[in-house]
Ligand binder design. Structure first.
Ligand code: AGP
Length: 614
């Protein structure tokens, strides 16, 4: 979704903003722009549909420089992708420049009111209404920070806003309203920054503050002031981030996605470090904030998430229910938020979200909080909003994920859910010690299992290249393999643009069999386990109807390879860990199919890394 970066200080703002916008590209965008306060006292706005490189060229041509500026990458929600709709937006008198991430729900009403009051609106966006509202307040003699506060009090929706005013040079104001995208404030000796993402400030400083809903940050070259929703000055603690700017480099890999797939073995090991005691066969998760008594008293667990995180949540629900014997279910956060769910203080709600900023997941958490549910966030990005809303956080430790398509964060998330399920089972006494030790011990072979799959990359590439002419693919699985099938299909859809569906194999006879033909290959997830025979039947049914089958099996399987067209072998593992392992070849299949189709797997069309609007 939209990216924001702003700087005011002693350095030239232009290269800082352009570098920040380049870093924010991974969030997904369609236009980019900057507004710079120049030495003549003017505010120059340059913007363009397309890539940041195109903006770069426009800026170079204009020979723009100045010490204060705001920048934006737009991900269109209201209004087509064109020059007028790109940000920054400016007020009629050119006084105010504004960038926005989020949605103003009552924008039609506001635009009509502003037009009736004599404002000329030049774009079709919801955001532009806000800049004219600020203009009105500035004309009444308010400071920029008060004008932004009062303007946003008229809005319905959620978002983040960053504005500058020509008559108040050197000052930038940022504000967070609700849970649609965050603002991180970067403190440094050479100036101060605001950004929608930590990564954009890390090249300059690791001293940061995250704004909470309703809060403002007013930055100048030498000062940073924080205010609450009443306009009162507040103290915020400056955090030292442990992340480094280098995390956003892709090294020798052609794409971030491939780099991130390759990192999984090492990242899985870091998810386990200090948390798994292989000697005693136990799990140690001191970050879980609930007492043993609370864990024993939970009468249900609800995991909420979206997209890949929903698939991780589905695996987590099965793990928690089967290990800790608590009714557990995964819910799509965008559905959950509008339900009237039966939850209370004995419900554990687990928010699964790598970014910790997905609007629907945060809204689901807000609703759960109102019902007094206990909340745990399973998150990659520390300091994100989900971590601040939950009672506790289990960080997945996958490291920064830049590619839009999630890979290593899912693998690590499921590993964390696996450890959590064992932890809860231990406290609740629902896992016999030998069973627990075996489940813990098995984790030791996960990093090498992932490495051995990655070493077969060439074979997966060849299979991927055989899929490029397909228009439809079916992914089938049962048990833990059902969410894995859904995830395999999602990866293929989002980066190769091939229609793919993940199905519970038992559903086939209830409709999907009608689609089977030699034009729709099936990826059948059929590793060893108590559902293997059932999958063999499903595979036979597809074959009997002329379908091609690529099967993912456990090495040594003597049945499935005999009846299918192509085989991918997983190292021997339990059903739960086989599901984690199966993600790796499916990620590589999607990656190499996208590459063979000449698509950029890192920046799929119409998608954003962090979905901060609903
Ligand atoms: C998957 O590849 C996507 N990146 C997407 O489905 C993602 O998982 C979803 O938007 C949820 O994001 P989150 O984990 O940051 O909440």
């Amino acid at each position: 979704m939209c990216g924001i970066v702003a700087y005011t200080g002693s350095a030239d703002a232009v290269p800082i903003l352009l570098k920040g916008l380049k870093i924010l590209e991974y969030r997904g965008y369609d236009s980019a722009g900057v507004a710079i306060q120049t030495s003549t006292g003017a505010t120059e706005v340059l913007k363009t549909p397309g890539r940041v490189e195109e903006l770069d060229a426009v800026v170079a041509e204009a020979d723009l420089s100045g010490h204060t500026g705001i920048g934006h990458t737009r991900w269109a929600t209201h209004g087509v992708v064109n020059h007028q709709n790109a940000h920054p937006h400016v007020s009629c008198d050119g006084e105010v420049a504004l960038v926005h991430n989020g949605i103003v729900e009552n924008y039609l009403e506001l635009r009509a009111e502003l037009a009736a009051n004599g404002h000329t609106l030049t774009s079709d966006t919801d955001s532009e209404a806000v800049v004219h509202l600020i203009e009105t307040h500035l004309k009444a003699g308010e400071s920029l920070e008060d004008a932004l506060l009062h303007a946003t009090s008229r809005l319905k929706g959620a978002g983040t806003f960053v504005a500058s005013a020509r008559s108040q040079p050197g000052k930038i104001v940022g504000m967070r309203m609700g849970n649609a995208g965050g603002i991180v404030v970067g403190h440094s000796e050479d100036g101060n920054m605001l950004a929608s993402d930590l990564l954009a400030v890390l090249p300059y400083t690791n001293r940061v503050v995250y704004l909470d809903s309703g809060e403002q940050s007013i930055i100048t070259d030498t000062s940073v002031i924080y205010r609450d929703g009443n306009g009162d000055v507040i103290d915020k603690e400056v955090i030292i981030s442990e992340r480094t700017a280098e995390a956003a480099e892709r090294g020798a890999f052609p794409h971030f996605m491939l780099k991130e797939i390759h990192e999984q073995s090492e990242r899985v090991a870091s998810a386990m470090r200090g948390r798994v005691d292989f000697e005693n066969g136990s799990i140690n998760l001191p970050e879980i904030p609930f007492s043993d008594e609370q864990i024993r008293n939970f009468d249900q667990v609800v995991l909420v998430g979206m997209g890949t995180s929903l698939h991780s949540a589905m695996m987590g629900a099965t793990l928690i229910e089967s290990f800790a014997r608590i009714p557990a279910k995964a819910e799509n956060a965008s559905e959950f938020r509008y339900k009237n769910p039966v939850i209370d203080e004995n419900t554990l709600v687990i928010a699964v979200t790598q970014s910790g900023e997905t609007a629907d997941t945060l809204a689901a958490m807000e609703g759960a909080g109102e019902q007094n549910a206990k909340q745990l966030a399973i998150v990659e990005l520390d300091g994100s909003q989900a971590t601040r809303m939950a009672h506790g956080t289990l960080l997945v430790r996958a490291g920064l994920e830049v590619a839009v398509a999630s890979t290593k964060t899912m693998t690590n998330t499921v590993v964390c859910l696996y450890m959590l399920a064992i932890h809860m089972a231990t406290i609740r006494g629902t896992m016999a010690p030998e069973v627990r030790k075996a489940a813990v011990g098995e984790l030791a072979s996960l990093p090498s299992g992932i490495s051995s799959l990655i070493s077969q990359e060439k074979a997966f590439k060849a299979i991927a290249e055989s899929l490029v002419d397909c228009h439809h693919l079916l992914y089938l699985g049962r048990g833990f393999m059902f969410p894995a099938a859904m995830e395999g299909a999602l990866k293929m859809k989002e980066i190769a643009y091939i229609h793919a569906e993940g199905y519970a194999a038992g559903e086939m006879k209830h409709g999907v069999n009608a689609l089977i033909s030699d034009e729709m290959p099936t990826i059948a997830l059929a590793p060893a386990g108590h559902l293997h025979e059932k999958m063999v039947s499903n595979v036979n049914e597809v074959k009997a109807r002329g379908g091609q089958v690529i099967a993912i099996v456990t090495e040594g399987d003597e049945i499935v390879p005999e009846i299918v067209d192509k085989v991918i072998e997983l190292p021997a593992a339990s059903e739960a860990l086989s599901a984690i392992l199966s993600l790796v070849p499916m990620q590589l299949l999607a990656y190499y199919t996208a590459v063979a189709l000449d698509q950029d797997p890192d920046k799929p069309r119409n998608l954003a890394k962090t979905v901060t609007v609903e």
